[in-house]
Design a protein around this ligand. Sequence first.
Ligand code: HEC
Length: 377
Amino acid sequence: MSSATFAVLGLFSDAHKIVDAANQIRPRKLGRLEAYTPYPVHGLDRAIGLQPSRLGRLVMLMGVMGAGLALLFEGWVSAVDYPLVTGGKALFSWQAFVPVVFEVTVLFATFTAGLAMLFAFNKLPFFGHPVLHSKAIKDITRDKLALSIEATSAGFDAEAARQALLDSGAESVEVVPVPSWDRPLSLVGFLRTVAAIVAACVVAGAGLYAAEKLIPVVPPLIHMHDQPKLNAFRESSFFADGRGMRPAVAGTVARGHLPPAFATPEEAGILLSNPLPLTQAIAERGRRVFNDHCAICHGTVGNGVPLLSRAYGGKPGNFLSNEIRARPDGHYFGVLMLGKNAMPGYAADLDEDDRWAAVHYIRILQRAQNAKDEDLP
Ligand code: HEC
């Protein structure tokens, strides 16, 4: 034989026979056994000594890694780098991380499965397989089953392999040479492949665009998004002022949001006093409001040290300072309604009772840090 041998193929037409043949030949260790069949043959994988794929374990490993990384990242972001209380929940609320953790797990697992299968196990970019160039391949893809003994070492004995296949009942035997293109893809071939993929994407994209834009304008295939309707943020020729969204009727007041009767926090401090009695329930409510909305900037004890990273440059008021402690309740309420410099107004987010409850809670924080003798039981 002139060129090197890739494998010796034996053809069978009976699934039982090929399994028996594989069982006979395997112990003789003539070379690596491989089988090509037009349909799955039970027991053949064991007969040729095929190990379970390592892909599953790899995918598992990368999936777990993805989950771990996502959990670490979310935990770090939400509990360490930018601790933000959301809806009164703990900073490290793993339940909230589940969707992202799940997605990243799937992402890592699927990419590992696809890329490892193509590049690690199927050895891309190495297209084709020597057996595809054999004469037998036409029969194999129709109704014949092939057992191949691949040359794994230099001392491969093609004649012994041929004989072994014939002895174990092969109907015919073919020697498959190592093909001349047995090398990784050339640069030109690689570029050609990339160009073909890009061309396919362009054609598919343009085709989809054409299908979406051109074909369905033929009645009755009108798209639902083309129906005549009013888009709140779009222009509209329907109304005289050309706006889709209608302005509120003059004098409209949002329910529960009466405009304040004061213009500055100082004025509020003179006009208003806390209407809520300080009960256990109100104190609890104040704490909830404070921890959800205020602690992030003013600190959980109200000392004006933000929980935010140093990127936040504002200087929130220190509720424990003598200056702010001396201000009346109405002043705090006024700041909550109107905001003050870098402090946002909470008129839209909190209702009246929430605001007064928060004011009570600020007083509680102040008293906790400045307890007097009378506070002792
Ligand atoms: C985004 C950060 C931020 C949040 C959230 C925030 N504040 Fe402030 N707050 C500030 C800053 C900054 C100041 C200082 C404003 C100034 O004096 O320039 C301030 C000042 C104050 C003052 C003192 C005003 C004064 O007269 O000196 C009060 C009272 C106050 N905040 C209450 C609250 C309450 C109650 C909440 C929660 C509902 C809250 N703040 C949420 C940033 C914040």
